[in-house]
Write a protein that binds this ligand. Sequence first.
Ligand code: S5P
Length: 250
Amino acid sequence: MRLSFSKSIHPVSQKLADIVIRKKTNLALSVDMTDSKSLLHLVEQTADHIAVLKTHIDIISDFTPKLTQILRKLADEAGFLIFEDRKFADIGHTVCHQVKDGIYHIAQWADIINAHLLPGVGIIEGLKKGCQGRDIGLLLLAQMSSNRNLFSDAYTAKTVEIAERNKDFIMGFIAQQKLSQDNDLVTMTPGVSFSSLEDDLGQNYHTPQYVIKEKKSDIIIVGRGIYGAQNPKQAAIEYQQQAWQFLNNI
Ligand code: S5P
C-alpha cells in the first residue's frame, strides 16, 4: 500500500494513518449541511466509512456547543478525525483568538484545521499558540479546486517550502496533487466526484482515480457527491472503495 505519511513525525498524521489502515478508508466526508439534525444523521450513516469528517461549523444555523460535543464523542467512538475547514487567513494575533475563542472554540474539539499562508508565517505561530494543549494538525492551502483561482506556482512552491520547515505543527496540504516529497506531510484533495465535472459556482471535480492514482494525493474530500446522493451511506461506501483501491494501486 502507498501510504507515504504512515511514519510521519506529526501525532495527528500518525492517528490518521492508524485510522486509514484500520478502517481501510482514505475518504474525508465534507458535511456542508446547515442544520445539526441533518448533519448528525449523515455522520451516523457514514461514520464507519470515513477517516476524516470535515466541517464548516459556521454554516450551521442552529449551532450550540452541544453539537461539537456530540461530534467529538462520535469521532472518538467511531474512529475518525474532525477537520474544521475554517481557512484562517489573518494576522497571528487574530487567528489565535479565532481558533480558541468566539462561540465555536475550534481548538477544543477539532483535530485538524487549515489556513492560507497569504498573511505570512505569523499565522502559523498564532494558530499554534491558540491550539496549545491539544494535538492539532495544520493543513496549508497550497492549491484550490475552483476555476480561475489566484494561486500561482510560485505561491504554491513557497507554501510547500514553509510547510517542510514547520512540520511540528503543519501536517500537510490541501492541494490538487502531491506537491512535496517529504513523507511526513499529508495531501488532502477536494473537488472529487464520480459524476460531476463542475458546479454552477466555479467548483471543478475530478474522479478518485485521477486524484489518488494519477495525482498521488493521499485523501479524497467529498461533499455533495455523498450527502447529495439518493443513498448517502451507499455513496460513501463507493467513494471509500474506489479511493482505497487506487491507494493500493489495484
Ligand atoms: O480548494 C478547495 C479547498 C476546499 S477545503 N476546494 C474545496 O472545495 N474545498 C472544500 O471542500 C469546500 O469548502 C467544500 O466544503 C468541500 C467540497 O465540497 P463538494 O460538495 O464540492 O464536494
